[in-house]
Design a binder for this molecule. Sequence first.
Ligand code: NAP
Length: 294
Amino acid sequence: MILITGATGKVGREATRQLLEHGRDVRALSRAPGQAGLPEGVEMVAGSPADPTSLDEAFAGVSAALIVLSGDVAQEATNVAEAARKAGLGRIVLLSSAGVLHPVPHGIADEHRAAEEAVLGSGAAWTFLRPGPFHANTSWWARAIRENGSVRCWIGNNPGAPVDEYDIASSAVSALTQGGHEGRSYLLTGPQTLTSREQARILGDVLGRELEFSVAPVEEVVEVFAGITGDRAAAVTNVAALHSPRVPWAKPTTAVHDLTGRAPRPYRRWAVENAALFALAESAESALSEGSAV
Ligand SMILES: NC(=O)c1ccc[n+]([C@@H]2O[C@H](COP(=O)([O-])OP(=O)(O)OC[C@H]3O[C@@H](n4cnc5c(N)ncnc54)[C@H](OP(=O)(O)O)[C@@H]3O)[C@@H](O)[C@H]2O)c1
C-alpha cells in the first residue's frame, strides 16, 4: 500500500492516477474524502498532515508514502515524520522545493528545509523531489486573460525552466516504485529555459490571442503577498528570492529524465491541454467548474 498526502492536488492526483495504472494499491489522505473525486479503487482516509490524530490510521500497513504538504509545511512534516517513525515506514518521497537551494534566504526555503530535516529523522529511506515553478502557476493568469487579455506577472521576468506537474508526479512514482533513489535529492525542471514573458507569448500563440504582458514591481507584489498572509517580513524575503536572477532552476536539469527515462514535457503542451482555462467563452467557466487538469 502506498500513501499519498495532498492526493487531491496537482501533483498528488496525477501520482495517484499513475500508481493505479501501475497496478499499485493507493491510500489517499484528504480533509474531504467525499469531495476528493479520485478514481475508484483508491482507499480514502479522512485527515491531513496538519492533523496528527489522523496520521496513525493513514500510515497503518503502508510500505511507502508520497508526502505533499500545503499548509504549515514545517509543522506538517514534523507530524508526518513522527507518524512514519511510529509506523516503521520503509520509504518516503517528499515533494520539497528547489527553493531549498536558493542563495537568497527566504521563508519558503526555510519551511521546506525544515520539512526535509524532519523527514531525515523519520527513519524511512528518503528521496527529496525539489521542483522549480510548476507550469500550472500560469493558471494564476487565467482570470485577467479571460477578462482583458493581459498578464500581470508577480515573479519577475528572469529566465527559469518551469516543470510540468505530470513530470513531478511521474518522478515521484519512479522514486516510490523503483530502487536506487534512496538518499537522493532531485532538482526537477522542465526542458526549456523561459522567461515569464516567453511563457505568456507561447500561451497567447496557443490561444490565438495577443496578450499584453507586464511585470509587477517588487513593492506591489510585497503588498499583495503581505495582504494574503499577514506576514510582511516573510513577503519581503519571499518576493526578493522570486525576483532574483540567481534562481536554482535557471537551467534545465536531467533529473526528470534520470528518474523516468523520458524527457520532461514542454510548457507549450501544458498550454494546449489547459487552454480552456483561459478561453473567452462561457466554456472556460464550465471547464473550471467541472474540475480541469489544474
Ligand atoms: N507551485 C510551485 O511552483 C511549487 C514549486 C515548488 C514546490 N512546490 C510545493 O508543492 C507543494 C504543493 O503541491 P501541489 O500544488 O500539488 O498541492 P496543492 O494542489 O496546492 O494541494 C494539495 C492538497 O493539499 C490540501 N490542502 C490545500 N491547502 C491546504 C492547507 N492550507 N492545509 C492543509 N491542506 C491543504 C488539499 O487537499 P484536501 O482538501 O483533499 O485535503 C489539496 O488538494 C507545496 O509544498 C509547495 O510548496 C510548489
